[in-house]
Design a protein around this ligand. Structure first.
Ligand code: DLZ
Ligand code: SF4
Length: 499
């Protein structure tokens, strides 16, 4: 008996279920750099480099522990077109009588591997991904019969299940959620610590050269590559966050400062999503910081909610609603994504800064993604498929199970309210409150119409007006319709023409 065990590029954990029970003498681990996976959306150069380097380091680590690893590096002359082709190539040189794989993070990949039994005439065992804290059956039973799915209630169940920030059966501090403490406006003089920096080693340097040569038309460049690429390094990045940023994470969670791409966010999403960090380790480290009085409760609870609540919740929704979820378009957006999402060439300073930082770092923080980049796409009525493809390709942490619900559900409200209770739509005022971008902008944030008006302002009112039938009954938006209806007709006309 010998197994071919497949490890995908986002399954780089020694605890991954596909490795359970490996017989070192007979079993073969297969990992492969697949051209089609790098180009089905044009991933950012730093994202491809991160994944390839982390994969190569992971393979080396497995070899050092006695595993037999078949690793296919990207072959430019005869690139692999799919995971299926990689298995075919592996089976040509390594005999196996069954295949073992952990369920993938994308529906597209699941449909591919569900064909393997027929193609290879071998039993294929698809194991659950036990790195997640809520499995599919548990999410089904939690969501069964509920009219709407709200993360808050799911999160409370998870807090109890894992006994996180609990005192007996009550939440520490007497409440579940401290978000109301987390809305401080930014002070441009804040001294934000540097993000984790890891100098590329020889393996990473080889990958960076490969990516620069082979993907010239993809976003970004490979200079200043500083990501962790092993589990040990990712743990160091987590430690740096817990010690230096976590204490302020809550206070400035929604703040944006020009020239400060990292703020007090964790920047560990990419490590969690490829498996270099495990969720419970991150949660335990944050809770420990609170228990030892190194970080306040509002910060620790907010951070833990992202991992134990939001991350698991969006994964549950993704697998429950796919494949239909990827086609949802509640507002029937049909405009093309503007070119400035790729080159930052826009006079709107908030968008210019957010896209510039995305190009440089394959990263932008949550509030830039939601209230600047997502908000603009929502208000302007951009086709959700194009917006999703963009988010999936440009961020190093983006894998479809997490990207799609965040963009389609949260940023675009394209699911009509399955995941969020109202659209996260706002005019320039909110961006001005939470950032210093407007000071350096060609547009005037206080003007509602005319050539100098902040485009977010007229797009906001136009968005409400053209979607009245769909949003008029939403009591959380109702107030804004009253404001719009009181506006003079000439103002409404100007908004319409500017949009
Ligand atoms: C995103 C990505 C990229 C760029 N390249 C690879 C690759 O070469 N090999 C691989 O195994 N996985 C890659 N991935 C991740 C996959 O596209 C996909 O997101 C995951 O397999 C889903 O579980
Ligand atoms: Fe963005 Fe409007 Fe502010 Fe300019 S004025 S930075 S477009 S919100």
């Amino acid at each position: 008996m010998s197994a071919l065990r497949i490890i995908l590029g986002d399954q780089l954990s020694e605890q991954i279920s596909s490795l359970n029970g490996t017989v070192l003498e007979t079993d073969v681990i297969l990992m492969c750099e697949v051209m089609a996976e790098t180009t089905y959306v044009k991933h950012h150069k730093k994202k491809i480099a991160f994944i390839f380097s982390a994969m190569r380091h992971f393979a080396e680590n497995l070899r050092s522990k006695g595993y037999q690893v078949e690793y296919f590096q990207l072959d430019i002359e005869t690139p692999l077109r799919s995971f299926t082709q990689a298995i075919e190539k592996a089976l040509a040189v390594r005999a196996a009588d069954h295949i073992i794989v952990t369920e993938p993070g994308e529906y597209r990949v699941l449909t591919e591997l569900e064909c393997w039994t027929e193609i290879f005439e071998l039993p294929v065992f698809i194991r659950p991904d036990t790195r997640f804290l809520c499995d599919h059956a548990e999410f089904e039973s939690w969501s069964y019969g509920r009219k709407s799915l709200r993360m808050e209630y799911f999160y409370r169940e998870m807090r109890k299940k894992y006994s996180v920030l609990m005192e007996d059966d009550q939440p520490v501090g007497g409440q579940w959620n401290f978000d109301s403490d987390n809305r401080k406006s930014p002070q441009p003089t804040l001294e934000v610590p540097d993000t984790y920096y890891n100098a590329p080693d020889a393996v990473t340097q080889k990958v960076l050269d490969l990516v620069e040569a082979q993907f010239p038309n993809h976003m970004g460049d490979t200079s200043q590559f500083h990501f962790a690429v092993t589990a040990v390094e990712a743990k160091a990045a987590l430690k740096k966050f817990i010690e230096e940023r976590l204490p302020y994470f809550g206070d400035f969670q929604d703040a944006m400062i020009q020239g400060q791409p990292w703020m007090y966010h964790a920047h560990i999403g990419l490590y969690l999503n490829v498996g270099l960090l495990l969720p419970l380790d991150c949660i335990a480290a944050a809770e420990q910081a609170y228990r030892s009085q190194k970080a306040p409760l509002n910060a620790v609870e907010g951070f833990i909610r992202q991992i134990l609540g939001w991350r698991e919740f969006v994964r549950g929704i993704y697998w429950q609603k796919m494949p239909d979820y990827s086609a949802l378009n509640f507002f029937e957006g049909d405009r093309d994504l503007p070119g400035f999402y790729w080159d930052a060439d826009t006079k709107m300073n908030c968008l210019h800064q957010s896209v510039t930082e995305t190009i440089e770092n394959a990263y932008a923080h949550h509030i830039q993604r939601l209230m600047v980049l997502g908000n603009f796409a929502l208000l302007a009525g951009i086709d959700p498929r194009q917006v999703n493809d963009w988010f999936l390709s440009v961020y190093a942490d983006a894998f479809e199970w997490v990207e799609l619900p965040n963009v389609t559900g949260m940023a675009l409200f394209a699911d009509g309210g399955l995941l969020a209770s109202k659209p996260y739509a706002s005019g320039g005022t909110y961006i001005n409150k939470m950032s210093n971008y407007c000071k350096g902008c060609s547009y005037k944030v206080n003007q509602k119409s005319g050539p100098d008006a902040c485009p977010f302002n007229y797009l906001y009112w136009d968005f409400l007006d053209r979607n009245r039938e769909k949003l008029g009954n939403n009591h959380r938006v109702g107030m804004m319709y009253k404001v719009y209806d009181r506006m003079a007709d000439d103002k409404k006309q100007a908004i319409y023409y500017d949009s």
